[in-house]
Design a protein. Structure first.
Length: 277
């Protein structure tokens, strides 16, 4: 048997339902986990300030991993930030502009977008609660931990395969984050390395950690823990890389697994869960 002491979950298409809402009993579950000595981490491509706004009543209980591992905060204290050098994201801003794609600079307290893309404001604010529109992204002078590319035609994977994977490979950590987003961080930055940092700080083995995700920007996190769950609605091609399968987000699959962990007081074994392959 293994003893789970840290559980991390992606947000969109994982913990959140089809309407981007948290499960109705989520807050009570997090408090119950804490009472068992099990910490919960929200691991998202969303920034820390958006995650804080999502969990106003759980600031003492939830560890926040924002911008795909670019920043970590717990109980109001920033534990880690990987600030991108300006020359790095400048090159990305020029590339996205040349292609006609929408580049967004993810600052530590807001996201910066050029005014010509203000028509997508409702989409942006679903993920970034603080948006500042500027005339030219290249004149922004602000610390940032991620550069993201919004693809409104649902062609993020195609754009990654054709351009951004090769253009960013080696210089940056780059991941497809759903149908509309390609996320770019400093090299070595991803949700998996963020969890490894937390595990080291909390002195937890991989077998004491569990994680949930649905797509490519989650895969390092799911591989970094002993109990990695791909959502049933997740990218099918990732099933061969992940040991376990959770019910879909529309069935509140994360909550189903959390209830089992709670019922067993954190003591689990691989035989307790559905296999992904």
């Amino acid at each position: 048997m293994d003893t789970i002491r840290l559980i991390a979950s992606d947000m969109d298409a994982t913990l959140l339902d089809a309407h981007s809402q948290l499960p109705p009993d989520f807050e009570a579950a997090v408090r119950a986990l804490a009472a068992e000595g099990i910490r919960f981490a929200a691991a998202s491509g969303r920034p820390l300030y958006t995650l804080e706004a999502m969990f106003p009543a759980l600031q003492e209980e939830i560890i926040l991993i924002g911008d795909n591992g670019g920043a970590i905060r717990w109980k109001g204290e920033t534990l880690f930030v990987s600030e991108m050098p300006a020359e790095g994201w400048h090159s990305l801003a020029r590339l996205t502009k040349e292609r006609g794609d929408i580049g967004m600079l993810c600052g530590l307290d807001r996201v910066y977008v050029e005014k010509s893309y203000q028509r997508y404001d409702a989409v942006f604010k679903n993920f970034y609660t603080q948006v500042e529109y500027v005339d030219d992204l290249l004149v922004v002078d602000a610390p940032a931990d991620k550069f993201t590319i919004y693809l409104p035609r649902d062609n993020a994977q195609e754009a990654f395969d054709a351009v951004y994977g090769a253009a960013c490979g080696g210089r940056f950590s780059v991941a497809v984050a759903g149908k509309n987003w390609v996320d770019v961080m400093n090299p070595g930055v991803n949700k998996g390395t963020a969890l490894e940092k937390l595990g080291a700080q909390l002195r937890l083995p991989a077998s004491g950690m569990m994680a949930f995700g649905d797509t490519y920007n989650d895969i390092e996190m799911l591989e970094a823990v002993g109990y990695g769950f791909l959502m049933e609605n997740g990218s099918p091609e990732l099933r061969v890389r992940v040991p376990f399968l959770a019910p879909s987000n529309t069935e509140y699959g994360v909550m189903q697994i959390l209830r089992r962990v709670l019922a067993q007081h954190g003591a689990v074994s691989p035989d307790d869960f559905a296999k992904a392959h």
